[in-house]
Design a protein around this ligand. Structure first.
Ligand code: ADP
Ligand code: GN1
Ligand code: MG
Length: 365
C-alpha cells in the first residue's frame, strides 16, 4: 500500500492533523493492517487503517454495517473504550473503495497489547472472560438481523463438501502426496458434523458470535493486564456459542503454535483448557443453555477439525485463501490441527469434567 493511499484515506475519513508515522501490523492470515500516527495540534493519536480482503469477504459494505451496528450496541451498554470505534466517510460509510480495494479506519487503542501465544493462566482466563462477556453482551441482540459475511462459515457439512470437491479437482496436483491426511480427516468427519446437524435441528440456538476467537483478537491493558476490548470483528454474524469457545481453545490451549512442524509437541493442555473455560463461563453469566454447555468440548473438537480441513483444502486448491510464509505452510497447519483434534477426542471426557467443575465453582461463588 502506497503512502499516498494512506493520505487519501485519512482525508476521506476526516482524520485531522499531520501524519507523522506509518507502520505495518501484520499478524493475521487475511487482512492487511497499518498503524498511522497523527499529530493533531500537538496531541498524538493513532489509527488503524485496514485493507479488507475482498477475496474472502465478498460484500465489504454489509460486513461494515454488521460491525458498526454491533459496536454501537456494545458501546451503549458498556460505554466508550470497551469496543472498537470506527470512523465514517462524509457520506456515512464505514468502508471506502480506492481503485477496487476496500479500506476502513478505526481508532488505535493506546497502551494495549496482544498475545499470539501465552503460558500465563491469568491471561488465558481473561481471554475467556473477554469472549464470554462478548457473548453475554450480545445475547439480546437480534442475531438474524446480521448479514452472513461469509456464508456457511462454520457449516462443517459444507466445509467437508468443499474439501471433497477440492480433492476431486486437485488444482495443485498435491492431492496424491497427502492421501493419508485426506483419509485421516474423512475418518473424523462424523464427529465434526454433529453440531451443525444439531444446529439445523434447532437443538442449539443461533447467537451473535465472533467466529475468530484467537487470543490475539483481544486487546489487553499493558499495565493492568485486564482485557479492554475484542477486535477483528469481520466475522461477527449468527453462529453457535460453542464454536466461539472451540476456536479459542484450538488456538490458546494447544501446547504448540498453529503451524508447529514437530507434531510430538502438539497436544491439548488441560490446564489452559480449564483457565479459558472458567473465564468463558464467568463471562457468559447465565446466557448459555444446557445443550450449549454440554457441547462445549465438542465445539473445540469440531472447530479444530474444521480449521484443519480448511487449511488442507487450501493446500490442495493451491493456497488461494490463507496467507502463507512458505509452500508447505497450509499442510503444516493442517497436520497440526489433525494431531490436536485427535488428542482432543482422546481427552473429551476430561474436558467435559472440567466444564462441569468450572460450573460448580461458579454456582458456589
Ligand atoms: P488480522 O485480520 O490481521 O488478524 P486484526 O484486526 O486482528 O487483523 O489486527 C491485527 C493486530 O493489530 C492485532 O492482533 C493487534 O495487535 C493490532 N490491533 C488491531 N486493532 C487494534 C486497535 N484498535 N488498537 C491497538 N491494536 C490493534
Ligand atoms: C483466519 O484473520 P485471522 O488470521 O485472525 C480465519 C479464521 C481461522 C484463522 C486460522 C475470515 O483468521 O477463520 O480460524 O485464520 N479468518 C477467516 O488461523 O477466514
Ligand atoms: Mg486478528
Amino acid at each position: 500500500m502506497e503512502n499516498n493511499d494512506i493520505y487519501e484515506l485519512c482525508e476521506l475519513f476526516g482524520v485531522q492533523g499531520e501524519i507523522v508515522g506509518v507502520s505495518i501490523l501484520s499478524s493475521g492470515h487475511i487482512n492487511s493492517t497499518f498503524k498511522v500516527d497523527v499529530d493533531e495540534n500537538g496531541i498524538m493519536k493513532s489509527y488503524i487503517v485496514q485493507k479488507v480482503n475482498d477475496y474472502v469477504f465478498k460484500k465489504p459494505e454489509e460486513l461494515m454495517e454488521n460491525i458498526i451496528s454491533v459496536t454501537d450496541f456494545i458501546e451503549k451498554k458498556k460505554g466508550s473504550g470497551k469496543t472498537l470505534k470506527f470512523l465514517k466517510t462524509s457520506d456515512g460509510k464505514g468502508v471506502t473503495n480506492i481503485d477496487g480495494e476496500y479500506f476502513r479506519i478505526y481508532e488505535f487503542v493506546q497502551n494495549t497489547e496482544t498475545y499470539d501465544i501465552t503460558e500465563n493462566p491469568k491471561i488465558i482466563y481473561e481471554t475467556g472472560l473477554a469472549f464470554g462477556e462478548f457473548q453475554q453482551l450480545l445475547s439480546d441482540y437480534p442475531a438474524s438481523t446480521l448479514y452472513e459475511t461469509i456464508p456457511n462459515f462454520h457449516n462443517t457439512i459444507n466445509r467437508f463438501e468443499n474439501f471433497e470437491t477440492a480433492v476431486e479437482n486437485n488444482f495443485s496436483g498435491r492431492a496424491e502426496s497427502v492421501a493419508q491426511t485426506i483419509v485421516d480427516y474423512l475418518t473424523i468427519k462424523d464427529t465434526a458434523v454433529k453440531m451443525t446437524q444439531m444446529s439445523q435441528a434447532g437443538v442449539l440456538p443461533q447467537r451473535v458470535t465472533h467466529n475468530d476467537t484467537k487470543c490475539n483478537n483481544v486487546l489487553f491493558d499493558t499495565n493492568t493486564k485486564k482485557h479492554t476490548c475484542v477486535i477483528d470483528l469481520d466475522t461477527v454474524m449468527p453462529g453457535l456459542a460453542g464454536f466461539d469457545f472451540g476456536d479459542a481453545i484450538r488456538f490458546i490451549a494447544n501446547t504448540a503454535t498453529e503451524d508447529e512442524k514437530d507434531l510430538s509437541k502438539v497436544m491439548l493442555d488441560l490446564g489452559k483448557f480449564e483457565a479459558f473455560t472458567k473465564g468463558f463461563l464467568d463471562g457468559c453469566g447465565e446466557s448459555l443453555t444446557k445443550e450449549e454447555i454440554e457441547t462445549l468440548s465438542l465445539g473445540a473438537i469440531t472447530i479444530t477439525i474444521e480449521c484443519g480441513v480448511r487449511f488442507l483444502t487450501d493446500y490442495i486448491d493451491g493456497d488461494r485463501y490463507f496467507k502463507i510464509n512458505y509452500p508447505e505452510h497450509n499442510l503444516d497447519r493442517a497436520l497440526c490441527q489433525l494431531k490436536l483434534a485427535q488428542d482432543m477426542i482422546a481427552k473429551q471426557d476430561e474436558m467435559q469434567t472440567i466444564v462441569q467443575k468450572c460450573l460448580t465453582k461458579k454456582e458456589l461463588q
